[in-house]
Write a protein that binds this ligand. Structure first.
Ligand SMILES: [Zn+2]
Length: 342
């Protein structure tokens, strides 16, 4: 079974809107490499993960990512920053980390991040970084020591002794913020302000536009966001042009990087939509809309994200050079700098 197939709707969106926008060289900073078998929950077949980790995505290898990119962004040369899938609770961390490190080794500009949980000691992390050449850490809120993945603070799932290791080795930290208001949350901003100042050699990537699926969290953070040093942002799975435009306006285009959230999120059909102070994943199986008046088919999340990036770039009047930086140069530099310091 092919993982994905393009139809006439997808091709038209690519040809008319995206082919002229996406540069030839791409550095995708947000990709997941994993095997379904690394999720070790006894009831895994009934879990919510099963809805999107379907059969074709059970073995999310480098090759599968290449296949998806080849289909969705033909003729582009893609390097990646990759990390495991953070399965909640029952996750084989050792196998997950070994697998991603091995898979990424085929492309020398690419790099991998280590999936971490708070219980890991500084020694555990340093040893794995040395063994597998990890360029940084991928914590996740599901592993919060408070047991509350929604309202936890950053240091509840990325304790300070781990940030200290990142500082000492100059590592990247891929941060998916918690709490309902994400970067619009005073506590998160205060924590980031303090931690970036105390550990200035750690390099943060705030995933999903600092987890802003619309403009308001970025506008609420305002100057405090642009004042954070050693912080970058990825656009993965953000499908609202307003959010990406607000981010570029707030922090400048040179700190914003393309990420796909492959696989599977980027290559599933649907779109993250924002409303009020919320957002949700709209997909063919998650809506009750009456759609008799239009072509009701949905395209890939990735295409909706690229459309939003294009609109944001148009509205901000980005040059071709700035667009190339957003898709490649900034990430390539960040990854190369991190690697050379290790
Ligand atoms: Zn992700």
């Amino acid at each position: 079974m092919a993982a994905i197939e393009l139809n006439d709707l997808d091709r038209r969106i690519w040809d008319e809107e995206l082919a002229g926008f996406v540069p030839q060289r791409v550095f995708d900073v947000h990709t997941h490499i994993y095997r379904w078998e690394f999720y070790t929950a006894p009831d895994k077949e009934q879990s919510s993960y099963r809805q999107f980790v379907s059969k074709p995505f059970e073995e999310a290898s480098w090759r599968l990512l290449d296949e998806c990119d080849h289909l969705l962004m033909p003729d582009r040369q893609v390097s990646r920053l990759a990390f495991p899938f953070p399965f909640a609770e029952h996750c084989d961390f050792a196998a997950s980390n070994q697998f991603v490190a091995e898979q990424v080794a085929v492309d020398s500009p690419s790099g991998s991040l280590m999936l971490v949980r708070p219980e890991m000691t500084a020694g555990d992390i340093v040893a794995a970084v040395r063994k597998y050449c990890f360029l940084g850490l991928k914590p996740y809120r599901f592993y919060s020591q408070t047991g509350d993945a929604v309202n936890c603070r950053l240091t509840d799932f990325l304790p300070e002794h781990q940030i200290e290791v990142a500082h000492e080795l100059g590592l990247l930290i891929m941060m998916h913020l918690s709490r309902a208001d994400a970067i619009g949350d005073d506590q998160n901003l205060a924590d980031l302000h303090r931690l970036t100042a105390s550990y200035p050699n750690a390099k943060w990537i705030l995933a999903h536009c600092a987890r802003s699926y619309s403009a308001w969290p970025i506008e609420r953070a305002g100057k405090r966001l642009s004042e954070l040093s050693n912080v970058w942002f990825d656009t993965s799975s953000v499908c609202e042009a307003d959010a990406i435009e607000a981010l570029i306006r707030s922090v400048g285009p040179d700190r914003v990087m393309y990420g796909s959230d492959d696989v599977p999120v980027g290559v599933l059909r649907g779109k993250y939509i924002a409303f009020g102070y919320g957002w949700a994943y709209l997909s063919p199986t998650n809506h009750q809309l009456n759609l008799t008046h239009c072509d009701s088919r949905m395209t890939f999340t990735r295409y909706e994200q690229l459309r939003a990036m294009r609109q944001a770039a148009l509205r901000r009047g980005l040059s071709n050079e700035q667009i190339r930086a957003m898709f490649f140069d900034t990430a390539a530099d960040l990854v190369a700098t991190t690697r050379s310091a290790l």
